[in-house]
Design a protein around this ligand. Structure first.
Ligand code: MG
Length: 352
């Protein structure tokens, strides 16, 4: 979600050659527990800039590159160390007539265990999947016969089921989608089984569910509520819920109130720490809710993902830019698990 205010990055930074990667930002260390996660001399680097609103980063483990959405430009961007930035997919999630003169496309992205790119499409209000032989199919676009609001973010469980959030931003914010009446009775966290086609509401307990991630053992799910981004009296926190029978999310309780801003996208590392976006960068929070650190970047931050050849590099999408920082940990979840397995088996090792 785009938040109205943002910090301007100094012109001096953008005057640098494209691949000089200047150090910038600051790391506020709030707890000694951070030493297991970040080196003392870890530095934040700016990789690329010039995007309208970057979101939905995902590391392509076999290709050795990063993909992320530039939502207002209806594009999925590709970044690699060797080749820099390029357009990977356009249109990324809007194929209509653009009645408002805008073509907002995909938001959250992820790869399933087979390496297929799954996109949360704001413009076309669907969950889609790129097929290995080419072409894109719709996985989900309706629930009980009514159009989804605007699928926002996504995770894949190890059993292959797809869990996604459906807040209203794509149907109420022109930069995020196409304004339209909301057909759903609320904003839900959905569970979708691509094998059976079964779609169900996993939770209706969150006003505007946005970023989401499982704990490493998948017994818990963290979901951000970004309703406070539009209404200061609403929520700007992360909720944690129990995963019940692999199908439902129950017993919601507030895990962390985010300040400043809201938690748009978030990830969980292999030890269960939560790495959440906020107005001022990435906040690292222990599984018990202790603040460990803040990685400050000079723009409003939307999301992050672990990637790189060793899986220990954090990529950060923030407004117009892409940032990165090397860490000591990998992410949890399907993508990180497959990457670790590939590294343990040289015959299946990732490129790059
Ligand atoms: Mg989001």
């Amino acid at each position: 979600m785009r938040i109205a205010a943002f910090f301007l990055v100094s012109a001096a930074l953008w005057a640098q050659p494209p691949h000089s990667f200047p150090a910038l930002g600051s790391i506020v260390r709030e707890n000694p527990g951070l030493e297991a996660l970040l080196d003392k001399d870890a530095r934040i680097e700016a990789l690329e800039s010039g995007f309208d609103w970057s979101e939905g980063p995902v590391w392509h483990r076999t290709g050795g590159f990063l993909l992320f959405s530039d939502i207002p430009r209806n594009s999925v961007m590709k970044w690699s160390a060797a080749e820099g930035i390029s357009v990977y997919l356009k249109p990324s999630g809007y194929t209509g007539a653009a009645p408002y003169g805008r073509e907002p496309g995909s938001n959250g992205l992820i790869l399933d265990a087979q390496g297929r790119l799954i996109s949360m499409e704001h413009g076309d209000r669907r969950v889609s999947r790129l097929e290995p032989g080419g072409g894109k199919i719709t996985l989900v676009d309706r629930y009980e016969g009514k159009r989804l609001n605007s699928p926002n973010d996504i995770v894949v469980k190890t059993d292959g089921t797809i869990w996604f959030t459906d807040p209203p931003y794509g149907i109420i914010l022109p930069d995020e989608g196409t304004p339209a009446p909301q057909e759903q009775a609320g904003c839900f966290v959905f569970r979708f089984d691509p094998e059976t086609g079964d779609l169900s509401v996993a939770s209706d307990a969150i006003i505007h569910p946005n970023g989401l991630a499982f704990s490493p053992d998948e017994s818990l799910m963290y979901v951000s509520d970004t309703s406070g981004g539009l209404d200061p009296k609403a929520n700007h926190h992360i909720v944690v819920l129990d995963v019940v029978e692999g199908r439902r999310l129950e017993h919601p309780r507030v895990f962390k109130v985010m300040e400043p801003g809201v938690a748009d996208g978030l990830r969980v590392d292999e030890h269960g720490n939560v790495w959440s976006s906020a107005f001022d960068g990435i906040h690292i929070i222990s599984p018990g809710g202790t603040d460990l650190a803040r990685i400050h970047v000079p723009e409003v931050t939307s999301n992050c993902v672990f990637g790189g050849a060793d899986g220990r590099r954090l990529f950060i999408t923030a407004s117009s830019s892409l940032y990165t920082i090397h860490t000591k940990v990998t992410g949890s979840g399907v993508a990180a698990r497959v990457l670790r397995e590939a590294q343990a088996s040289p015959a299946r090792g990732p490129h790059g």
